[in-house]
Design a protein around this ligand. Structure first.
Ligand code: PCA
Length: 219
């Protein structure tokens, strides 16, 4: 049995959002685990809630990574104006905050890490994940832009760290608002987001177990 450690992060309450899927989904995954893991694997999920802070979000996640030593790290956030789940393709090396963070800091047009590359591709197998979502009717899109606020900043620092690791896969999911009514309003039911996160974990495990193809990982 191959054991996988997964860390999934969300954000502390913010912006007056009552039910924040980026809090609920990671906590549910830690509680319930992953029902249908690929054959021959077992998975332990650790969830962590991060402060909505440019300075503290990544160090908080890094502390947990350093304790758990996961092979798979999935960071999540909330994009209130999205219809479905956004699979974030890349993180860019910029902060341009249109409002203050939890520490009341609002950097404008500054690099996240001046000496690092302009951008990183996600490490998650987004095409495989999209195929699984399509088969389950989970509304989702590929997104090339996680914004220029705390989500993108965390995503960038996660990928900047991952770039120096040899056996870690990491990426970022943006959830929409919770909408249980399946009407035309934005958002999708919470259960569907939990299912989506479980799918992302399973697709990532399969991706980690596949022998390297030598092909460039294009998302
Ligand atoms: N969304 C914000 C930060 C935390 C979150 O869930 C963003 O889009 O950057």
């Amino acid at each position: 049995m191959e054991q996988f450690e997964v860390v999934i992060s969300g954000f502390d309450p913010y912006d007056g959002v009552e039910i924040n899927p980026s809090r609920e989904v990671p906590m549910m995954l830690q509680r319930t685990g992953i029902p249908d893991t690929p054959a021959g694997t077992s998975v332990r999920v650790t969830s962590v809630m991060l402060p909505m802070s440019f300075a503290k979000a990544w160090p908080t996640l890094y502390d947990v990574i350093n304790t758990v030593h996961p092979q798979i790290i999935i960071a999540t956030g909330l994009k209130r104006r999205n219809r479905g789940i956004a699979l974030e393709r890349c993180a860019t090396n910029i902060i341009d905050a249109d409002k203050p963070d939890a520490d009341n800091v609002q950097p404008r047009r500054v690099p996240i890490t001046p000496s690092s590359p302009a951008a990183y591709w996600t490490g998650l197998p987004l095409r495989d994940i999209l195929d699984t979502f399509a088969a389950q009717n989970i509304p989702a899109t590929l997104s090339s832009d996680a914004g220029t606020y705390v989500c993108n900043s965390l995503f960038y620092r996660l990928l900047d760290w991952t770039a120096a690791q040899s056996r870690v896969v990491s990426g970022f999911l943006s959830f929409p608002m919770v909408n249980e009514k399946r009407d035309n309003a934005l958002g999708i039911p919470l259960g569907q987001m939990v299912q989506a996160a479980q799918d992302v974990v399973c697709a990532s495990i399969e991706y980690c177990r596949r022998p390297p193809s030598g092909e460039m990982h294009m998302v």
